[in-house]
Structures are given as structure tokens and as C-alpha cells.
Design a protein around this ligand. Structure first.
Ligand code: FCB
Length: 454
């Protein structure tokens, strides 16, 4: 058997990523709490409920798990609605609770990366106009000021807003997130306000903490025509990709907003990233479909024969991760992989997904591209938004009714990777033998196909 070791740079960050609403539980003051109680909003009528009970203190045992498995970083988010449950009323006990979690992470050797907005808002925000309202970026910035002033001694890496494009689309065009609007014009307006909010947050954080590292997390999703010969599909794939993948990253890079029918200059948004936080899950093909008006007439599909996750949500496309890295590199910033993972209750795909994605990441670090770390989504199964508990992204399985955790084989694989600071052929042979030949191809005389251990 061929033997190889894909090593990562010294000091590389290995960890997992979580988001407040998905793990904390009892988030009564945010816009999801009531939304989850409206019929038809969440798959199978699920609720976040206690989630992973982090607010009840189970963050301690979960961060113990992360640290024991060799991780040295953790990405988490804080809830604006806990800090400011009513407009202008600040709850210092919530800040204290977050201080304990951040101190706990650091005490375990996990460098915290803190997200300030991960899809949820205080419930009161929609009542005053929500994200389409021109005053909301300043509302967000005043929350950011409170948070950063109180937490700056514990955090030096901040992600202002998670996946602004996904949020704007899901909440204002697809209607899947609260407030459930279906209006693409409003979604574009929200994207604009999210860029302004990010820019204000960026400048606010640097004013308080000049040496801070501040970024924005982008969900990159490669898009190609389903039929390469189809000119309309090729046009649509390119058009959708420019809106989905490029619009916000370009605006925070050069301060120019390139909406399909309108251009605008926003000098305050230029150069407002100290690093590029990249979330990558999959890539898609675009099929022309006149019924898909809200998606600009392109329906997103996975080509027949794709290696898909149990609910069909994610296709295992490691080459798309490479494409995402090539895309990210053109911004000439340090890159942090802020999310990557797959939903997989039985852990049948996850080991090969993990190994084959890390293989692509290794190609990048092997060229000395400035990649700082990899944060797997996620540590323990959590509440997956409108998909409720139907999708399981955890290295650890969770039974939300008992709070019992069970280790999946992927947790063992990831622990070996983190501890060794790299991926070895032995790990792949043991955890994902079916992917061995594609990860370690042998060519030429004497090459033998890999035989999985009996
Ligand atoms: C990302 C979100 C994260 C999680 C994963 C599966 O888009 O940022 O909260 O739901 O998808």
C-alpha cells in the first residue's frame, strides 16, 4: 500500500464551528423562537428547544470533547437578542455568561473565533423595520460596540456576519427564515444593508481593538451549467454565481456594489476584511427552469450519480472546495475555513467527505497559500434551521430528548488529524477505504489497487 502523510503548517488551527441559536437552547428573545412555533415553518414541526443545552452549561462538556480530541480553536457566535433583549436595554448577565464560555474555551486551549451575527435577530428588530430598514446597520453597530468592549480581552478574531448572502436570500427571497418574505428586490436591499452593517462593525471593532482580526464569512458554492452545451444555462450559472459568490466579497474588497441593474460606490466598505472566512459545503449545477423565478430562472441540482448526503442536501464535491480556494486566494488575504461538513446521521459519507476535502486543503497549504485553519461544521448535532433536527452534521451524535451524546467514527478520524496536524494514508485506509484510490492514486508499473482490510 502506498504510504503518505499530508502535513499542515505549524500552528494551523483545527477546530469546529457552532452558532448560538443552534446550540444554546431557550433563545426566547430572538426571531426564531416564535417562528419555530408557526405551523409549517420547520421540518416535522421541530423546535430548537434546549438545542445542545449550552446555555444550561453543557458547553463545558462539549468543549472538553473538542479539546481532548486535539482541537485548538473553536468558532462560536453570540446572540444579539440576549445582549439587547429590548431596544436599548443591555443585559450584563448575558455578557457575563459569554465571558465564562470564552474563558472556558481559552482555558481548554481552544482559541475562540467569535461571530457577531449568525442568522438570528432580536425579536424586536422586525417591528422596527428589520434588515431592510436603513437604520439597522447602526443598530447592529451599537450592539457590536457593547460586545467588543466587554469581550475584547478574550477574543481577537471576529466574524461580523455569517453568510450575508444566504441570510438575505433565505429570509427575504425564499421565505425560509423569519420574517419569511418572498421579494427578491427586498433581498438585494438587505444585502446592501448587511454590507453597510459589516463595514460599520469593522471600523467599530478596530477603533476599540486596533490589533483585532476582523472578517465576514462567505458561503462559496461553485455553479456550472447542467448541460455544458446550453448557452442559457451557462449564462444563468455565471449570473447566479456573480450574485451569490462575488457580490458581497467584492463590495467589502473594493467598496463597489455591483447589483445586476445598479452600481454603487461604498468607500466605507472597501478593504474591510483582515482575513477571508470561507464556508464551503458543495457545488451545484444550474438547470434552466422558467418556474424558478425566485432563483433567477435557474434551478439548482446535483448531476445524476453524485455522492449525496442522506437527505440529498449536500453533494460530496471536493474539487469544488479546490475551486473555492482558488477563488478565495484572489483577494490576497489570509484564509480561514470557517465551515465545512456534511449531514450524515449514520456517518456513512462523512469520513470520506472529510478526508477528501482536507486533501484539497492540503494542496493549497502545500503551495504555501496563506490558510490559517480549518473549522469543521460541527462538533455535536444541532438545530439546523428550517430543516430542524432532520439533518445531523455533528462529529458527535446528539439525542435532543435526553441530551445524550454518542461519538461517531468521524470524531476519531478528526481527532487523529488534529493531533497529527495532518492526514495520513493510514487514516484514510482505516476510516474511508473506499476513497483510498482516489486520494492516493498509484500509476505506472507495479501499481496495485488498494484492498480494504478484511
Ligand atoms: C451554513 C450555516 C450553518 C449551518 C450549515 C449547515 O450555511 O452557516 O449555520 O446551518 O450551513
Amino acid at each position: 500500500m502506498i504510504r503518505a502523510f499530508h502535513t499542515f503548517p505549524r500552528g494551523f488551527l483545527w477546530g469546529t464551528a457552532t452558532a448560538s441559536h443552534q446550540v444554546e437552547g431557550d433563545n426566547r428573545f430572538n426571531d426564531w423562537w416564535d417562528w419555530e412555533r408557526q405551523p409549517g415553518r420547520i421540518a416535522e414541526g421541530h423546535h430548537s428547544g434546549k438545542a445542545c443545552d449550552w446555555w444550561g452549561g453543557r458547553w463545558q462538556e462539549d468543549l472538553d470533547r473538542a479539546a481532548a480530541d486535539g482541537q485548538n480553536a473553536h468558532r462560536l457566535s453570540i446572540e444579539w437578542s440576549r445582549l439587547e433583549p429590548e431596544p436599548g436595554r443591555w443585559d450584563s448577565s448575558a455578557l457575563e455568561a459569554y465571558r465564562s464560555i470564552l474563558q472556558g474555551a481559552r482555558a481548554r486551549g481552544l482559541s475562540p473565533i467569535l461571530t457577531l451575527h449568525h442568522f438570528t435577530n432580536p425579536a424586536w428588530l422586525n417591528g422596527v423595520g428589520g434588515w431592510p430598514d436603513p437604520a439597522t446597520p447602526a443598530r447592529f453597530a451599537s450592539y457590536v460596540r457593547k460586545a467588543v468592549e466587554a469581550l475584547q480581552d478574550l477574543v481577537d478574531t471576529w466574524i461580523t456576519i455569517n453568510e450575508p448572502t444566504v441570510y438575505a436570500y433565505a429570509a427575504y427571497s425564499a421565505g425560509a427564515f423569519p420574517p419569511g418574505e418572498r421579494n427578491i428586490g427586498r433581498a438585494l436591499q438587505v444585502m446592501r444593508n448587511l454590507i453597510l452593517a459589516h463595514a460599520m462593525a469593522y471600523h467599530t471593532i478596530h477603533e476599540i481593538q486596533p490589533q483585532a482580526q476582523v472578517g465576514l464569512s462567505h458561503n462559496y458554492r461553485g455553479m456550472a451549467a447542467l448541460h455544458a452545451w446550453h448557452p442559457l444555462e451557462r449564462f444563468l450559472a455565471g449570473f447566479r454565481s456573480r450574485v451569490y459568490n462575488d457580490l458581497i466579497p467584492m463590495a467589502v474588497h473594493d467598496g463597489r456594489l455591483r447589483f445586476p441593474l445598479r452600481r454603487e460606490t461604498m468607500p466605507q466598505a472597501a478593504r474591510t476584511q483582515d482575513f477571508l472566512a470561507l464556508n464551503y459545503y458543495t457545488c451545484e449545477s444550474v438547470a434552466f427552469d422558467l418556474r424558478a423565478r425566485g432563483e433567477l430562472f435557474g434551478r439548482s441540482v446535483y448531476p445524476p450519480g453524485s455522492d449525496v448526503s442522506p437527505t440529498g442536501f449536500i453533494a460530496n464535491r471536493p474539487e469544488g472546495f479546490w475551486q473555492a480556494l482558488v477563488w478565495a486566494r484572489r483577494f490576497r488575504l489570509p484564509i480561514l475555513i470557517a465551515e465545512n461538513g456534511i449531514e450524515d446521521q449514520t456517518d456513512g459519507i462523512r469520513p470520506r467527505y472529510l478526508a477528501s476535502h482536507l486533501r484539497q486543503l492540503w494542496r493549497a497549504v502545500n503551495f504555501n497559500w496563506n490558510v490559517r485553519g480549518y473549522l469543521h461544521w460541527t462538533l455535536v448535532d444541532n438545530f439546523e434551521w428550517e430543516r430542524g433536527w432532520t439533518q445531523r452534521f455533528g462529529l458527535w451524535e446528539l439525542d435532543p430528548s435526553t441530551q445524550e451524546r454518542r461519538r461517531r467514527p468521524s470524531a476519531d478520524l478528526y481527532a487523529q488529524i488534529c493531533k497529527a496536524n495532518g492526514l495520513s494514508s493510514e487514516m484514510v485506509a482505516a476510516f474511508a477505504p473506499e476513497a483510498f484510490d482516489s486520494l492516493f492514486p498509484q500509476r505506472g508499473p507495479g501499481a496495485v489497487a488498494f484492498e480494504p482490510p478484511a
